[in-house]
Design a protein around this ligand. Sequence first.
Ligand SMILES: CC(C)(COP(=O)(O)OP(=O)(O)OC[C@H]1O[C@@H](n2cnc3c(N)ncnc32)[C@H](O)[C@@H]1OP(=O)(O)O)[C@@H](O)C(=O)NCCC(=O)NCCS
Length: 183
Amino acid sequence: MEARPVKYSRTTITELMIPSYANFGGKIHGGILLSLMDKVAYACASKHAGTYCVTVSVDKVGFLQPVEVGELVSLKASVNYVGRTSLMVGIRVESQNIKTGEMKHTNSCYFTMVAKGDDNQPMEVPPLVLENEEDIKRFIEAMRVRKIKEKMHDEMNDAKSAVEVAHAKKILKNERCIIPSQH
Ligand SMILES: CC(C)(COP(=O)(O)OP(=O)(O)OC[C@H]1O[C@@H](n2cnc3c(N)ncnc32)[C@H](O)[C@@H]1OP(=O)(O)O)[C@@H](O)C(=O)NCCC(=O)NCCS
């Protein structure tokens, strides 16, 4: 299987924010941006893999600044890391005011995608060629993120199984919630 450089699958989607994308506050719905992120992650991962990919998990999505109707949103995606069948795609989202040219960085996030074969089973992906320091840095970063996620996943499962309803009143005494007295 021939290795592919990061630049082979680097993908940018630019989309105009039209009024139907807005929420009641007049800003762009977070869900519209999430859908665009999923699209660009899919395009980028599938290009590298040479097959269809599915989204497995999404990390570090935050909305740092609101996006306005009329702005041009660009989503830049690249494969930061490949495992055996999975790929981690890093996405940087920027929004540009068309009149002033001003650019704002609205967020960066990671999408984990898995390549699927015709039998719908996870399929091996080509190795990644790291051609410069930035590519190497991102690959190592992604390895660390993957490790942190695995640890967090285990800790979250432990946290769930360790919930003690019997001590709820004590645990929740400084929280903004009320437990009616029959409990
Ligand atoms: C993701 C999926 C393929 C994993 O299937 P599986 O039988 O557990 O396969 P594996 O255990 O071989 O895992 C395949 C890869 O996914 C990765 N993976 C599995 N669960 C993961 C998770 N929660 N987060 C990140 N990576 C994950 C594994 O690490 C492995 O990567 P690697 O081959 O690079 O080491 C399967 O759960 C699936 O098809 N999910 C539905 C995805 C989908 O349809 N998404 C669209 C949105 S609805």
